[in-house]
Write a protein that binds this ligand. Structure first.
Ligand code: F6R
Length: 261
């Protein structure tokens, strides 16, 4: 796990966008795992800018999103389908057929989840998975207590996550109780992971994930076992890390051959 501490969210998003752009240039058929929520918005903005101003070409890229609310149609204003359309897909040139999200209206949820896993395998696996982190350490919608080996499935949101996500809905009671989410085992199989976090509200989750024990009580802590996971943090989300100075030291003293990887 590599921890990269930056002064602000824009700087964190820029570094993450550069990593994704490098991958897409080196492997134009890259498979990206994508996240929603407030955190990836500056990342998507930067990727859209790179597409428009620097010709970053997404025409052969394929994407799989982490999760979707159960019961929400793709056109629902708070659905993750709609979020992705508005915040990323409408600004880049990924063909519609290359885009997959879990279907919030799936009639047979279990069969749909199995098919989603199969589609990821058929695509050759995820090259790079973008993650935010919940204030309780969840990744995707794998709430605490999720099996660290879990696959795509239905999950019940915690009270805290429903409260955190109320801001996307008209009324608190409108936040669905259930979601379809990639599992932690699914996420761990992606070849690289980019996790972004900003703000003091995430600092406890980040300490648990980076410096705590590996535990289902902080699902992001499993990323300590991932061979290529990078955490791009702003100063406030990194504020409680005991070894923050060391992570900064490592970043500023990378061997030349590693400096822009
Ligand atoms: C979103 C997702 C969630 C969010 C997390 C943080 O697809 O899977 O794990 O990344 O809830 O949300 P924000 O970024 O809104 O703080």
């Amino acid at each position: 796990m590599e921890v990269i501490i930056t002064p602000d969210p824009a700087a964190a998003a820029l570094l993450a966008a550069r990593q994704i752009a490098r991958l897409v240039r080196e492997k134009p058929t890259a498979v990206l795992g994508l996240a929603t929520g407030s955190t990836p918005i500056p990342l998507y903005k930067e990727l859209i800018r790179m597409h428009r101003e620097e010709g970053l070409d997404f025409s052969r890229v394929r994407t799989f999103n982490l999760d979707e609310y159960l019961g929400l149609a793709p056109g629902h204003p708070a659905s993750y389908h709609r979020f992705m359309e508005e915040n990323f897909f409408s600004g880049v040139n990924i063909p519609r057929d290359n885009i997959r999200l879990p279907d919030g209206l799936a009639a047979d949820v279990q069969a749909h989840c199995a098919a989603y896993e199969q589609a990821i395998r058929d695509a050759g696996g995820i090259d790079l998975q973008v993650l935010g982190i919940g204030s309780d350490g969840h990744i995707g919608f794998n709430e605490h207590g999720s099996s660290l080996a879990s696959r795509t499935r239905i999950k019940t949101l915690t009270k805290r996550t429903r409260e955190d996500n109320t801001r996307f809905f008209d009324k608190p009671e409108d936040v669905p109780h259930h979601v379809i989410t990639m599992g932690i085992g699914t996420i761990m199989e992606s070849r690289s992971v980019v996790l972004l976090a900003y703000g003091a509200g995430k600092s406890a989750a980040i300490v648990g994930a980076v410096e705590g024990p590996i535990t289902a009580n902080n699902p992001a802590s499993i990323l300590q076992m991932h061979p290529d996971a990078k955490f791009y943090l702003d100063d406030s989300s990194a504020g409680a890390l005991e070894r923050a100075d060391y992570y900064k030291w490592v970043f500023h003293n990378k061997p030349v051959w590693q400096a822009d990887r």
